[in-house]
Design a protein around this ligand. Structure first.
Ligand SMILES: [Zn+2]
Ligand SMILES: [Zn+2]
Length: 395
């Protein structure tokens, strides 16, 4: 057995303890006071020096004693606003749930800190650990970028790992999707049409925001139908449309909310620009003011070909051919705000199977009943730590 894997296996009990504490204490969004306090306490116990560079964003530096590049390893720490229904003895009781496995990501990155601390003198260059809040709301990665997570020292490559509870591979398998776009961008937005309310009998005395919003809904279809090239993908979904309270009253406003998803940053920016122009234009033509607010968003996630090839090689050294899978085919329409980091530095997202349909898993991630196996935690920990150490050796 690879000595790194063996050392990680010896940490398994501690990984499970950390995971269960985090699992029982989920926090949502960009401010995670209890989670951050726990992670800081654990890092201090490991003789690391965490620095909170922005609200709930922690950075730890390891190595740096030998000259070399800097590789960043990231874990997201936030949960989802849903009531957990797993029935686990350590299930959350506070109305939020770690149904996306970010408790596992955080526990594994703590494991990486422990593992690499023991090898700190051997590291050629620096490993930077990034513990971020607010992934599910697409604000944490960008907040840490703005706070300078890629500087001092300058980051040369960046890696994140996501667990998968309905994986097409056996538990413990490490996977990497094809180079190029692996996950879509996502922007959620609100369109507010300001009309002028009045009596349903006298529409000429009003500006009917529902009628204007209906024109906007149709006009937005033009982007997909006529404006995008045949190879460009954009999924535009209006998920909510609210206006009015009674059949005989013309309301003042109508509000549409939706999401835009693309695989290309240029397509994303072009769609957002065209959406705004269409809304404003339709509003002006029909005498209504229209506001367009992007509520949050992230870039598509791109896997870098060179980092991917290196990582696959290191993983095979670590766990053997059978423990590694290359994911081919269509990129996923889901999103991950680490895309914002990978838009600036080369890197990859690694997958770790923590359950599969063949092993009895029934529920996908983000389901309140999703059950994730803890046995592979040490494999994810070893993979991140070993990848970092080997990449620094070779670059
Ligand atoms: Zn999620
Ligand atoms: Zn997630």
């Amino acid at each position: 057995m690879n000595p790194f894997l063996k050392e990680a296996q010896e940490l398994q009990e501690r990984l499970v303890q950390d995971r269960r504490w985090l699992h029982a204490h989920p926090e949502v969004g960009g401010t995670l006071p209890e989670t951050v306090a726990y992670v800081k306490k654990r890092l201090l116990e490991l003789h690391c020096t965490p620095e909170e560079i922005c609200d709930s964003g922690l950075v730890v530096l390891l190595g740096g004693k030998k000259e070399g590049p800097c590789i960043l390893l990231r874990a997201d720490m936030d949960a989802l606003p849903m009531k957990e229904e797993t029935g686990l003895p350590f299930a959350s009781e506070n109305g939020c749930a770690h149904s996306c496995g970010h408790d596992m990501h955080t526990a594994m990155l703590l494991g990486v800190a422990a593992l690499l601390k023991a090898h700190e003198d051997e590291l050629r260059g620096t490993v930077k650990l990034m513990f971020q809040p607010g992934e599910e709301v697409f604000l944490g990665a960008e907040r840490m970028l703005q706070a300078g997570v890629l500087e001092n020292p300058k980051v040369d490559a960046a890696i994140t790992l996501h667990v998968n509870g309905l994986a097409p591979f056996p538990s413990g398998t490490l996977s990497i999707a094809d180079a190029g776009a692996a996950l879509a961008s996502c922007d959620s937005y609100r369109i507010t049409v300001h009309g002028k309310g009045g009596h349903g009998a006298y529409p000429s005395q009003t500006i009917d925001p529902i009628a204007v919003a209906a024109h906007i809904l149709v006009a937005l279809q033009q982007i997909n139908a006529r404006e995008l090239g045949s190879k460009d993908t954009a999924v535009l979904t209006q998920g909510s449309f609210h206006s009015g309270k009674a059949p005989n009253i013309i309301p003042d406003t109508a509000v549409i909310e939706g999401t835009l998803r693309t695989f290309d940053e240029q397509v994303r920016q072009r769609c957002l620009k065209r959406m705004e122009a269409i809304l404003t234009g339709v509003g002006a033509a029909l005498q209504a003011d229209v506001d367009f607010t992007v509520l949050g968003g992230c870039s598509p996630l791109y896997n870098d070909a060179a980092v991917r090839a290196d990582a696959l090689r290191y993983f095979r050294e670590l766990v053997g051919e059978a423990g590694v899978a290359e994911k081919h085919g269509e990129p996923g329409m889901a999103s991950e705000d680490f895309g914002n980091v990978l838009a600036r530095v080369p890197g990859i997202q690694v997958g770790l199977a923590v359950n599969s349909a063949a092993e009895g898993a029934q529920y996908p991630m983000h389901n309140p009943k999703v059950l994730l196996k803890e046995e592979p935690l040490y494999i994810g920990t070893a993979a991140m730590a070993y990848l970092a150490k080997r990449w620094l050796e070779e670059h």
